[in-house]
Design a protein around this ligand. Structure first.
Ligand SMILES: *Cc1c(COP(=O)(O)O)cnc(C)c1O
Length: 664
């Protein structure tokens, strides 16, 4: 059910043997979602430690394309690696040693967090290189790592103010790092934030004018609304790592509760299945013995791959069941007992007692997809962390280089993707075993940075429409507008506003069933002689190649083209584009099955064809077919259709056409 069936139309690729599949659309979504939770504050995407094991250049490009303002790393060497990967966006590094190459940092335009001995080293580098250092002064407000203590702070800002006057450095930021933000309610967090406020005051008195004050890490950002004054946490920017990877820093809250999507799936193909008698020992030490005649399945991932050796008992999903790892986890492999499988409910929870039927007749076969952790109803990273007595941060970060990273980028970038990610086989089919780089990233198109970002908070559907109406006068023939957002997020409402502003024929409804519809300009409307509006739903188009089948290029130059679900499919059509992300306030993901059923869609498209409707001219407003389509659209989108709760709209301009910031 749901979009999983959409995927059956894809060309399944041979799934690779073992990999960590990183869903870059989840990263994209998480950055947009975190920006929303940060109430539009700037986002510093923390990509240290190879982006917590996810792959720093890929994650960095995606995060920047999704609107991140700056990248953060611990070491200068990590920041320089991003530069070597061709990334030119602002980067800050904050953990230095006596061997840190500050000259290179300045040459490569790396911002530096400074607070102690390295302050002088940075000044010397600035003198040597003739490059003004851009620094963020770090306050130790209680964590006890680096950072100047409140007692050292006045001296630090005095020296910084003098160096700034000499032109050796610019103090761009002031920051601190929180110690207990993952335990909301502990008083130390507010004390740390108050200390930061005081430190900024001192800095300003010394003549410094930091434009970026930042404190929040992921737990800080996600718990900001529990503070009396969330702004004291959010400041000018948030500095988040874990959240971008779609994980929750809290013991008792899942990523889904925050509207985040786990980005990494660790999976492998079952390497062996065999029958063994009762009381067979399993793995080193023979610490596990089978309770009955059963089958064992061998998973080719072990501690050399970063799977924690102590995580015996952790879940592995194969098909519709979850099996515990039994016996010790070895360097290269681990074992599950098929007599202990439990069926997974749609919520991903193993239900009831172990189903022992597989002891005799296994459902699992050599080559089957085994998922250790992932998104949706797969086992979670947190379950593995709990089994290993650690935190989810450590589990993903330690997945070793022996595990190839594969990148996927789903067609549409928001919450609906979770449904797609539910099917392990679909995920494998989606991976790119030959070329570990995302196709769009490697050609640099989809992952380029926006010229600007504009965040708006319409309070109602009417507001959304008014914003679109104000946008319309800025649109000309040849413009490409891409709308991203889950069902009911306001894409159709927005397009209706555009249509009104452009003065095109009314009757704009979701183009889901016809793929594309053209609304001709009205001679007696507000823009007589203006461009037509072509409204496209790319949801069922799997690739950029499929897009060519609907001949958008024929109308592109003469019309305004608005594409829903078009990310990574239609960017090639134009050198510039305006992208609008629609984000709903609640981080509640649609349940499985809430997504459209592909077979119905395919059938209805034929219904349109029978009527002789050209897809590009799907005449809305007359005929039984149109009525049927509208009825189906209503049924599909249900009551939710562009509901009236407040939204966040994030507009971004890409390419020369949108070099100037829009003011709406
Ligand atoms: C790692 C790190 C972060 C990111 O923390 P998350 O909890 O992953 O969001 C932010 N700031 C500093 C100084 C860090 O070292």
């Amino acid at each position: 059910m749901g979009s999983v069936s959409v995927m059956t139309s894809w060309q399944p690729q041979e799934p690779s043997e073992r990999s960590a599949v990183v869903d870059l659309s989840a990263v994209w979504h998480n950055v947009v979602r975190l920006t929303q939770l940060a109430r539009g504050r700037k986002l510093i995407a923390v990509v240290k430690a190879d982006a917590y094991g996810h792959g720093a250049p890929e994650v960095a490009r995606t995060a920047l394309a999704a609107g991140a303002h700056m990248l953060g790393t611990a070491h200068v060497s990590e920041a320089v690696a991003l530069r070597n990967a061709g990334i030119t966006a602002p980067v800050i590094a904050w953990l230095h040693t006596m061997s840190t190459d500050f000259d290179e940092a300045l040459h490569r335009d790396v911002r530096l967090g400074v607070s102690g001995w390295e302050f002088d080293a940075v000044l010397q580098a600035a003198r040597r290189t003739g490059v003004t250092a851009v620094v963020h002064l770090k306050l130790d407000s209680g964590l006890g790592r680096n950072g100047a203590t409140p007692r050292q702070w006045p001296d630090l800002v005095e020296r910084a103010a003098r160096a700034q006057q000499e032109g050796l450095l610019t103090v761009e930021g002031v920051f601190t790092h929180l110690a207990v933000a993952d335990e909301p309610g502990r008083p130390e967090t507010q004390e740390q934030l108050d200390a930061l406020t005081e430190a900024v005051r001192t800095a300003r008195r010394a003549g410094l004018t930091p434009s970026l004050v930042h404190a929040a890490n992921t737990p800080g950002l996600l718990s900001a609304d529990q503070l009396a004054d969330p702004d004291s946490m959010l400041r000018d920017a948030v500095r988040v790592g874990l959240g971008i990877y779609g994980l929750s820093p809290f013991e008792d809250r899942t990523p889904e509760e925050f509207g985040l999507i786990p980005a990494m799936t660790l999976r492998a193909r079952v390497a062996n299945v065999k029958a063994v008698p009762r009381d067979s020992g399993v793995s080193y030490g023979l610490s596990y013995r089978t309770a009955r005649d059963t089958h064992l399945a061998l998973i080719p991932l072990g501690y050399a791959d970063g799977v924690p050796r102590v995580a015996t008992g952790a879940p592995v999903r194969i098909g519709g069941r979850v099996y515990p790892v039994v016996g010790r986890i070895a360097m290269d492999q681990c074992v599950v007992d098929l007599a202990l499988g439990r069926t997974v409910t749609p919520e991903g929870v193993p239900a009831g007692e172990p189903v022992v039927d597989e002891a005799v007749d296994p459902l699992v076969h050599v080559g089957d997809e085994a998922v250790l952790f992932g998104a949706g109803d797969h086992p979670s990273v947190t379950e593995w962390a709990n089994a290993a007595g650690t935190i989810n941060y450590e589990v993903v970060t330690r997945i070793s280089p022996r595990v190839p990273r594969e990148y996927t980028s789903h067609s549409h970038l928001t919450l609906g993707d979770v449904t797609v990610s539910r099917s392990a086989s679909a995920l494998a089919a989606h991976s790119l075993p030959q070329d570990p780089r995302p196709t769009r990233a490697s050609d640099g198109e989809a992952f380029e940075q926006p010229n600007w970002t504009l965040t708006l908070h319409p309070g109602s559907a009417e507001d959304t429409q008014r914003i679109a109406e104000r946008l319309a006068p800025h649109l000309h023939a040849g413009d490409l507008v891409m709308l991203n957002g889950e069902l009911g997020a306001g894409k159709t409402t927005f397009t209706q506003g555009l249509g009104r502003g452009l003065g095109v024929r009314e009757g704009i409804i979701s183009p889901t069933f016809v793929l594309s519809r053209r609304h001709p300009n009205l001679p007696d409307g507000p823009r007589p002689g203006g461009p037509d509006l072509v409204h496209v739903d790319a949801y069922r188009l799997d690739t950029a190649a499929d897009v060519d089948t609907i001949d958008l290029e024929d109308t592109l130059d003469t019309c305004v083209t608005v594409v829903e679900w078009g990310t990574s499919k239609v960017e090639h059509l134009s050198g510039s584009r305006l992208v609008v992300d629609f984000v709903r306030p609640q981080g509640v993901l649609p349940a499985a099955g809430e997504h459209p059923a592909a077979p119905t869609l395919a059938y209805q498209r034929h219904a349109g064809d029978v009527d002789g409707d050209d897809n590009h001219d799907g005449d809305v407003g007359d005929g039984a077919v149109a009525q049927a389509l509208q009825a189906l659209t209503d049924e599909w989108e249900g009551e939710e259709q562009d509901g009236d709760e407040p939204r966040t709209l994030i507009l971004r301009g890409y390419g020369p056409r949108w070099s100037d910031r829009l003011d709406l």
